[in-house]
Design a protein around this ligand. Structure first.
Ligand code: FAD
Length: 173
């Protein structure tokens, strides 16, 4: 029992991966933690003979999002929030942004992504409270956070000097 008299929640045993596929707390492949190819391969695809197996490359539009679709949409939301964040945020806006990012990093549906994101945020040099003064600092922090994931996934880091062009002004043409 906890000090408030409530039953302690049982910690969920999570085995991170099974044959390269990230599992959810229920022990089944986690849809929002894997690419559609891996998720499909680990679930429906496995029952068919290899020659007959059809594995779509991307999550079909009518399906729940996979890790990539969820990621693209989430980064779009986050960078667009930064793009509309004031140049000089008030103390209240700064508090709200810190709270938002901390909660976001807790409830992000891909739990393994969220875990790594929280680990990145917990480093003193990445402490979000140092970067919420205004749009420039917050946009740069977000760009660095996104690059951390890019590098982890073997992608080229984005040039953060182009952050405004990508998320605020748009390119020419
Ligand atoms: P995305 O990386 O989704 O980027 C979308 C667009 O943003 C790009 O086309 C580019 O124009 C622009 N962009 C790219 N980098 C930057 C940057 N640094 N700053 C500003 N703009 C940029 N996926 C995993 O497989 N494993 C993970 O652990 C994982 N962790 C994630 C953690 C978080 C918090 C989020 C939001 C997503 C995570 N993802 C993870 C998803 C992953 O980051 C990508 O979204 C996904 O792989 C799709 O990539 P993409 O190449 O389409 O472009």
């Amino acid at each position: 029992l906890q000090s408030n008299g409530e039953q302690k929640p049982t910690p969920t045993p999570i085995t991170k991966k099974q044959k390269g596929v990230i599992l959810g707390p229920d022990g089944k492949p986690c849809r929002s933690c894997n690419s559609f190819r891996d998720f499909f391969g680990a679930t429906k695809g496995v029952t068919a003979a290899p020659a007959e197996r059809f594995v779509p490359q991307n999550s079909p539009p009518e399906c729940p999002p996979d890790v990539e679709q969820l990621g693209r949409s989430s980064w779009t939301l986050l960078h667009t929030i930064a793009a509309t964040y004031p140049a000089e945020a008030t103390p209240t806006q700064q508090e709200e942004m810190k709270t938002f990012m901390r909660i976001f990093a807790k409830i992000y549906p891909c739990w393994s992504c969220a875990e790594d994101f929280r680990a990145w945020m917990s480093k003193p040099e990445n402490d979000v409270s140092k970067y919420v003064q205004g749009q420039k600092t917050f946009g740069k922090w977000l760009c660095d956070a996104h690059n951390d994931v890019n590098v982890k996934l073997g992608k080229k880091p984005f040039d953060c000097s182009k952050w405004e062009e990508r998320w605020i002004t748009g390119g020419e043409g």
